[in-house]
Design a protein around this ligand. Structure first.
Ligand SMILES: C[C@H](O)[C@H](O)[C@H]1CNC2=NC(N)=NC(=O)C2=N1
Length: 113
C-alpha cells in the first residue's frame, strides 16, 4: 500500500462518506503522533508541533499553508510562540475523509524538508 504521504487528495463532494470506524483505526496507526478529537460532534485530526521560538513556528505554518493551497484542502492553523497546532477535517462532510489523513501525513513530511 502506498504511504499516505505519497497519495493525493481527491475532490471531496458533500455526499462523500466519512471514514468508517475500522478505517479510522487503521489510518490512525499511520499517523501515530496525531490525536482524533471530536468537537461539536465533528471528528478531527490534530497535532501540536513545538519549536524554539515564534519565528520557527511561523515558518512551518507558512509551509503547511502552501501545502494546503497545493492540495486545495485546508486546515485550521493555530500559531503561538514556539508552537503550531494543525487541525484537519473535511468541512464539506463535517467529519474525517481519507484526504485528512493524507494531509496529516504530508504535514509530518514537511518537518523533514
Ligand atoms: C468549495 C470548498 O471550500 C472547497 O472545495 C474546499 C476548500 N478546502 C477545504 N478544506 C477542508 N478542510 N474541507 C473542505 O471541505 C474544503 N473544501
Amino acid at each position: 500500500m502506498t504511504d499516505l504521504k505519497q497519495q493525493e487528495c481527491e475532490a471531496c463532494q458533500a455526499d462523500a462518506p466519512q471514514v468508517s470506524d475500522e478505517e479510522l483505526t487503521t489510518l490512525m496507526r499511520e499517523i501515530p503522533e496525531w490525536a482524533a478529537p471530536s468537537r461539536d460532534g465533528v471528528l478531527q485530526l490534530e497535532r501540536e508541533y513545538k519549536f524554539k521560538n515564534f519565528k520557527k513556528a511561523w515558518a512551518f505554518c507558512d509551509k503547511v499553508a502552501e501545502l494546503a493551497e497545493q492540495e486545495f484542502h485546508h486546515p485550521t492553523l493555530t500559531l503561538e510562540w514556539g508552537k503550531l497546532t494543525v487541525t484537519w477535517w473535511t468541512h464539506a462532510i463535517n467529519g474525517l475523509h481519507k484526504n485528512d489523513f493524507i494531509m496529516a501525513a504530508k504535514t509530518d513530511a514537511l518537518l523533514d524538508d
